[in-house]
Design a protein around this ligand. Sequence first.
Ligand SMILES: [Zn+2]
Length: 234
Amino acid sequence: MPDFELIQIDENSWRIEAGMVRAYLFAGTNKAMLVDSTATNAPLYDLVKTVTDLPVMLVNTHADPDHIACNEQFEAAYMHPAEFALYNKSKKKDDAPARPLWNRDIIDLGGRTFEVIHIPGHTCGSIALLDREKRVLISGDSISANPIFIFGPFRDISALQLSLELLKKRSADFDSIYTSHGEYEAGTEQIDMILECAKELMAGHLTAEEPPFPLPAKMYRYNGAGFYFDPAEF
Ligand SMILES: [Zn+2]
């Protein structure tokens, strides 16, 4: 099985499928932006270079290991400074040094811009990227139809709820959400589904299930959304 599958979404957008996680590539007229570098240490930079000659900026939605495995192939890794602690803890020696992206920064690729939205919760420095022109939000792990990891250090479900409320307020600006796990595209209703699930979980209404793989957490699901959560953190 190849490490990566590159699939074109539109004339200057691609998704890079890498097993259980995906990255995205967007091109403008001056530069390209790779969003995340997957869980597979393989020649991702070379793959990106097969579709664009432009300089490539690496942005990490967050620094969990399944999003940074090819960071050593890049000169810099842009992320929110609230993510630096997690990145510096989990990065390999030769991984790109972290560079800051602040809330409301505009990433200008030339003819195409993305707004950085800081959405703490899944991790302290998680970000979403809003392409207002194409009406797409790139969500990292904070929005998914798959259960969202929300147990252990650096994660907080109440912060995630506030971040999702913030994205809901911005949802007039996008129709489509590009996610990192499960189906690549979700509708804006997925935000409501995750918020509902969080509310039911915090109210103690959901039944703990065993996760499909070993995890020091339980799985909770409700109406098309879910969490891996440690009930001891209640
Ligand atoms: Zn992930």
